[in-house]
Design a protein around this ligand. Structure first.
Ligand SMILES: NC(=O)c1ccc[n+]([C@@H]2O[C@H](COP(=O)([O-])OP(=O)(O)OC[C@H]3O[C@@H](n4cnc5c(N)ncnc54)[C@H](OP(=O)(O)O)[C@@H]3O)[C@@H](O)[C@H]2O)c1
Length: 253
């Protein structure tokens, strides 16, 4: 077995290099057309992946912040939350017609789309995101906040050595590859986008403070952050222009 180790290490390093070059790097060009008028507060949010662990945090916190929330889910029964400002709509993000229908009338889209089909090539993240961006353009919805991950684009390697040399090359290479496609689609769009790249997600409580920015993450240890804090940071990006057309990393403060 040991004789194969150099080949495996070579594969892991090459994969990291490819993920680095294929994901989003740097800061995108400023928007050609101005977005919403300054000072305008968005009130209607579409949350994608709302039945997921991060999505549920997004829904709960967005309602706490007073937004009118539309939760995009595949099965209504998986989100047993009732609130006068919450509408739950069954849509598969891969079905463009249904996506267009639900995006119409929104003021921002926040996506925590994910899945566990790690073992083969998939395009769920990129195709789902393509549909969202297309529908947003069709209906003039500007703001798009989307979670991807540390470890791609200019954050390659920053999920730490365990991810770089074990998890990514052995368990999630296809998933991470699709995330690079997802990032490139977002970066090439004319939406007012923010890509949020968290470290390893935990189900810890919200601290209300995390480290964020381009230098977050470590080449050695894996940084962590709770889904609750990621959701909090993502919702901040709905109103803030601080990271407009950028891809900040996020980790526990
Ligand atoms: N786990 C980590 O340590 C880690 C680290 C960094 C980044 N991330 C990323 O963070 C994101 C959120 O993670 P998470 O653990 O909260 O995800 P999760 O619990 O797996 O939730 C994923 C959500 O996406 C939805 N979804 C999947 N396919 C869909 C489709 N075709 N149409 C509509 N909805 C669909 C799922 O719906 P169903 O409930 O119907 O399946 C679910 O609501 C993911 O992109 C993940 O890769 C994770």
């Amino acid at each position: 077995m040991l004789k194969y180790l150099p080949f495996f290490l070579l594969y892991a390093v090459a994969l990291s290099a490819v993920l680095a070059s294929r994901g989003f790097r740097g800061t995108a060009a400023p928007l050609a057309a101005p977005g919403d008028p300054a000072g305008k507060r968005r009130t209607r949010l579409l949350i994608v992946g709302a039945t997921g662990a991060t999505g549920r945090q997004l829904v709960a916190q967005a309602l706490e912040r007073g937004y009118e929330v539309t939760a995009l889910v595949r099965e209504t029964s998986r989100l047993p939350v009732y609130h006068p400002k919450l509408r739950v709509v069954e849509v598969d993000v891969l079905d463009y017609a249904a996506v267009e229908e639900v995006v119409r009338g929104q003021e921002a889209v926040v996506s925590a789309l994910g899945h566990k089909r790690f073992l083969g090539p998939t395009r769920i993240l990129s195709e789902g995101t393509r549909n969202l961006l297309r529908a947003m353009k069709a209906h003039g919805v500007g703001r798009f906040v989307c979670v991807t991950t540390l470890g791609i684009g200019d954050s390659a390697g920053r999920m730490g050595i365990y991810y770089t040399f074990f998890v990514i090359p052995l368990i999630v290479p296809f998933y991470f590859w699709d995330k690079t496609r997802q990032e490139r689609l977002i970066a090439a769009s004319d939406a007012e986008w923010v890509i949020v790249r968290p470290g390893r997600l935990t189900n810890g409580t919200k601290r209300g403070a995390c480290r964020h920015g381009p230098g977050v993450g470590s080449f050695l240890a894996t940084v962590r952050v709770s889904r609750a804090d990621v959701a909090d940071f993502m919702l901040d990006q709905v109103e803030s222009d601080a990271y407009l057309r950028q891809a900040p990393g996020v980790a526990r403060g």
